[in-house]
Design a protein around this ligand. Structure first.
Ligand code: ADP
Ligand code: MG
Length: 256
């Protein structure tokens, strides 16, 4: 059975896409079968996996509108070692088109069920909003991975997301839980980041992943080569951290 995780945080620029593609590549590098689903119309996770979003024949948009199956719409990223259900700007229209349809928040879940046997992990890169697209992600998933920067307003920003997850858990998907908070772009020299990190651990305990992703320029450069950092420069500090995170995820889901 595939374990399905959303990488979500309603803030933009917090490291969702970087986490999705690098965790996907990290899991693939330790022998896991992975599908990466891009649910953001910006298509950054698609491009960052070496798939040109402008050349997609079929995308997650077609899957949400039930005009294609996952098996038909996915593409293999040969360089990255995982499959991609890509997205492009067309996906922005799905938000409106789905308003009219039945079970609109469960479209992705139904589609992923048909591909369940093909994967160990499905990772869903969510857009920076709590929209119908994100809701489709949350309804499909067993858990949510929340990347966050250890900044002053970090805890405050979590409240909306935690409330949304609680509501989805209560009304739509009783499997859903927060798997963990991932500290990203971490710079230990900054005292404030250390303090916020300690606060996070006090507040959320073992919901905070042990792995910490450092701020690392190689991770930021990799997308311009259409690759996750883990593939672009496996020796970089940030890449090591994401592979360690992949190992931590494998360990965590054994205990779920
Ligand atoms: P989101 O998907 O949440 O909008 P991104 O993953 O696109 O966030 O990250 C936002 C920016 O920060 C990107 O330019 C990305 O390359 C950069 N970035 C993400 N993680 C790191 C990191 N650990 N070190 C350095 N830069 C990073
Ligand atoms: Mg993103």
């Amino acid at each position: 059975m595939a374990r399905i995780f959303c990488i979500a945080n309603q803030k933009g620029g917090v490291g969702k896409t970087t986490t999705t593609v690098n965790l996907a590549a990290g899991l693939a590098s330790i022998g896991q079968r992975v599908l990466m689903v891009d649910l953001d119309p910006q298509g950054n996770a698609t491009m960052g996996s070496g798939i040109d979003k402008r050349q997609l024949q079929l995308s997650v948009y077609d899957v949400l509108l039930e005009s294609a199956s996952v098996a038909e719409a996915r593409v293999k990223s040969e360089k990255c070692g995982y499959d991609v259900l890509g997205a492009n700007r067309e996906l922005a229209g799905a938000e409106v088109e789905l308003v009219e349809v039945e079970r609109r928040e469960r479209r992705l879940k139904a589609a992923l069920q048909a591909a369940d046997a093909d994967y160990d992990f499905v990772l869903i890169d969510c857009p920076p909003s709590l929209s119908m697209l994100t809701l489709n992600g949350l309804c499909s998933a067993h858990g949510v991975i929340v990347p966050m920067q250890c900044e002053y307003f970090a805890l405050e920003g979590l409240t909306d997301l935690v409330n949304t997850i609680k509501q989805v858990h209560a009304n739509l998907n009783k499997d859903l839980q927060i798997i963990g908070l991932l500290r990203v772009m971490f710079d230990p020299r900054i005292t404030l980041q250390q303090q916020v990190s300690d606060q996070l651990k006090d507040h959320f305990g073992d919901k905070v992943f042990d792995t910490v992703i450092p701020r690392n320029v190689r991770l930021a450069e990799a997308p311009s080569y259409g690759l996750p950092g883990v593939v672009f420069d496996p020796a970089a500090k940030g890449s090591h951290a994401y592979v360690a995170f992949a190992e931590e995820m494998v360990e965590r889901i054994r205990k779920l």
